[in-house]
Design a protein. Sequence first.
Length: 436
Amino acid sequence: MIPDGDLAKFMDYSIQLGHQQFAAAGLIDPGPSRPPYLEAPNNYIAGARECGQRWAILQREFGAAPAAPQAANADLFISTDPDKQIEETTSMTTTTKTLAQFDTELAAMSLRGQWVYDAMLERLIGGPNSAGKPHLWRWDAVSPKLMEMLDVMSESFTARRNVSFINPAPEVGSTTQTILMGMQVTKPGETAWAHRHPISALRFVIEGDEKLYTVVNGEPLVMETNDLVLTPTWTWHDHHNESDKVGIWLDVLDVPLVAKLGQMAYEPLGEVTQEVIRPEQFPSARANPIRPQWEQPARQVVPYRYAWRDVEQQLQRFAAVAGCPHDGIALEYANPATGGPTLPTLRCAVQSLPPGFAGKPKRKTSSAVFYVVEGEGTTMVGDIELKWGPRDVFSIPSWAWYEHRNNSSGSRAVLFSVTDAPVLEAVGLYREEAGK
């Protein structure tokens, strides 16, 4: 008879071998939690066959063996008689379907089993995973291309003379997974023709002038340097450069989000420009704290200009406070009509990092894009160091640890940023985590 210890070793070997055969097929996690014969008999057969052969060796070595092991799934155990092994194996192979075959049949019916997502779910433990990579686009590399565009695209007409910042992660296809940032240029005396689309857009001016402006739903909005101008969804807009110098601004749009929702559309006005309305008709006048009492207050986002002189005044007002240990003196561009985020899908902020500021680490489920208004510094994103200076652009992926630092001991650094936080907040997915 086989000694108890040897039988126990054989039984353990039998189960483990069958499990390994199934794991080798790539159909289950290789952990010991589930007996393989409950999952895929065809893969267990290979292991059971070898176990039968091992059983015969033990018989020859120790003499008569006890009856073959029995279990709730005893019908899946292979006979120890070598003459019967092939017959039983063949019979089971022809009558039992593999999980892979079943998946193929489901796919042909436009169905899918939830179990195919198990591996993905395990990779998301502790997630979400960051979408895209942190990246820095330097002004000294981008600005020559902006000037070159003026030559290679001599007239813009209905198009826009814009270059977009594309994340180096190939699966993203935009600046972040929900935000597309770019830079646009216009020649002196040029007009970019009027159109509209479901995409929400905003313009942060890099090189502006009092004679550079955007008309949004009939209201002209001046674009001086560092001003922010809103172009809400489905609003007519055309750009005018009546100055004697090139106009340059940041375009930030929710293109990737709108595209993923299947809401992309485009409509040209049919005319070069739209008609400018009278000042008392301006939509922004309805979002002013001093507004017509005989009208209902504006409840929706309206075209609006945030003049930099007003923003700078606020930055100076709060310059002496400690601010946030992660983001410095950070101020939000609240929408004047709703009191909420700048646009329903995009939140804008400006932050001043005092001299020598070293921010504590933080991460958010939102992604963000940044433009350096002034100063020099470093942003660590995970273990990647982004050294930035004036007019540089950089991105921070979702759920990535970041730390901002002002490299100057005598001057502030100012960053303008846009995030997709409003979208995540609307569906209860926005989270922050602070490090030490």
